[in-house]
Write a protein that binds this ligand. Structure first.
Ligand code: AMP
Ligand code: MG
Length: 405
């Protein structure tokens, strides 16, 4: 049996990043950047006002006596002022508008006598105030946010909404990202029914394909749902061949990879490719298969719903990360303290727990029955606690790693 770490490393060694593509900026959220983005300009592009007010020469102001300045121009945002402000002069200016030559500061409208905010009003003839204004006050200098030549976003970053704003600021309308991996998903088992099919004796509804399709979609990959393969060599082969036709990057199945008499998946893989391993020293989720079917990577998750979920988090998510060009392949782990003593069987275990915070400490309580078929206790959990291999008892209050769900 392989350790979780060995199994994951072996799986990852078979995956490469997908090819890159250029896509419109608006479609880039959650996509992974395939190149470094370097700014071709300084930002802001020009000195501009950070307030609605009056552009002035700071040297004209003082705190001892009333300053009166003649207002000689109006500079709304978007205009390009041509004047040069002289001694004793001011120009009305709005937030974001370009500073006129000669001016080096802005006095906010609230600080002058002409402080009524009348929309559409004409400029006053003059303004008066008693205040020392320093050069640079309420001015956003050119280049104060970003310098020309600066790397502003790094290759391998998952683009966030605010990144799209930055790319727009830089004038990048199309962005080079990694292609979304394409994943074919199937369930297997004679006992499985579609969610809306009438129940029959001895049958259950196929829940894995919903959980897994949604995990895949949330991971921003393209999912091709192939449905359920019956427990026969022919049925499994048929769906696998559909996946090959669709040129997917990964075939992901659940169930049929254990040692039961009707577990055909391993056989199908072996006669059309190769099977790398099929047992991992973990709980839940020991029967995990990895291999290749007609040149396409295959991961066979266990059938039990919680095992399938855990297998996805532990093996599939990192593999997707590698394909997507995501530099950080492992999930963010947090430290939590177990409220009660936890017994384990020495396998690397992923236990369902609720987390609450007390005085800044995250306290974990197991959510009831930890059987691999108990989906409700997974639904009730906020995290999977990771009990390392070799540990048989975690004392109450001890810190363990957890994956937040
Ligand atoms: P298997 O690996 O085929 O032996 O399946 C292990 C267990 O998982 C059995 O109890 C199956 O009924 C259950 N199971 C398999 N596939 C699914 C599925 N798609 N949805 C819900 N339960 C499943
Ligand atoms: Mg089965």
């Amino acid at each position: 049996m392989l350790s979780v770490h060995e199994a994951r490393e072996r799986i990852l060694s078979h995956f490469q990043t997908t090819a890159t593509e250029k896509i419109p900026l608006i479609a880039c959220a959650n996509r992974v950047l395939a190149i470094d983005i370097i700014s071709d300009s300084d930002f802001p592009l020009f000195d501009n006002s950070s307030m609605d007010g009056f552009a002035i020469r700071a040297e004209d102001s003082n705190s001892a006596s009333l300053t009166t300045l003649q207002v000689v121009a109006d500079i709304p945002a978007g205009s390009s002022p041509k004047l040069i402000l002289k001694q004793g002069q001011a120009a009305r200016i709005t937030t974001g508008a370009q500073m006129p030559h000669g001016a080096d500061a802005v006095i906010p409208v609230e600080d002058v006598n002409a402080n009524h905010h009348v929309v559409g009003s004409k400029i006053p003839e003059s303004i008066s105030f008693t205040k020392k204004i320093n050069a640079g006050d309420s001015v956003r200098p050119k280049g104060s946010d970003i310098h020309v030549g600066e790397i502003v976003l790094q290759k391998g970053r998952i683009l966030k909404p605010q990144d799209l704003g930055l790319l727009a600021t830089l004038g990048i309308a199309e962005v080079e990202v990694y292609q979304k991996p394409k994943v074919a998903l199937l369930s297997s088992g004679d006992e499985l029914l579609e969610v809306n099919a009438p129940l029959e004796d001895g049958k259950i509804r196929d829940s894995n394909s919903y959980t897994l399709a949604s995990l895949l979609e949330n991971a921003n990959v393209e999912v091709i749902r192939l449905g359920v393969a019956k427990d026969s060599k022919e049925a499994v082969t048929k769906l696998f061949d559909q996946a090959v036709e669709q040129k997917v990057n990964l075939i992901l199945s659940s169930a049929g990879v254990s040692v039961g008499a009707y577990d055909f998946i391993k056989e199908v893989i072996e006669s059309n490719g190769k099977m790398d391993f099929w047992k991992v020293n973990m709980r839940p989720g020991k029967p995990l298969a990895f291999g290749e079917y007609k040149g396409i990577n295959f991961i066979g998750l266990p059938g039990n719903p919680v095992s399938a979920f855990v297998g996805f988090e532990v093996f599939v998510r990192p593999a997707l990360g590698k394909m997507k060009g995501f530099m950080e392949q492992n999930q963010l782990k947090v430290k939590v303290r177990s409220e009660k003593e936890i017994e384990s069987d020495g396998r690397e275990s992923y236990l369902r727990a609720k987390i609450r915070e007390e005085d800044g400490v995250k306290i974990a309580t197991l959510t009831g029955h930890q059987g691999s078929g108990n989906l409700l206790s997974l639904v009730q959990a906020d995290a999977l606690l990771i009990i390392p291999a070799g540990v048989k008892c975690v004392p109450a209050g001890q810190e363990v790693d957890a994956i937040l769900l």
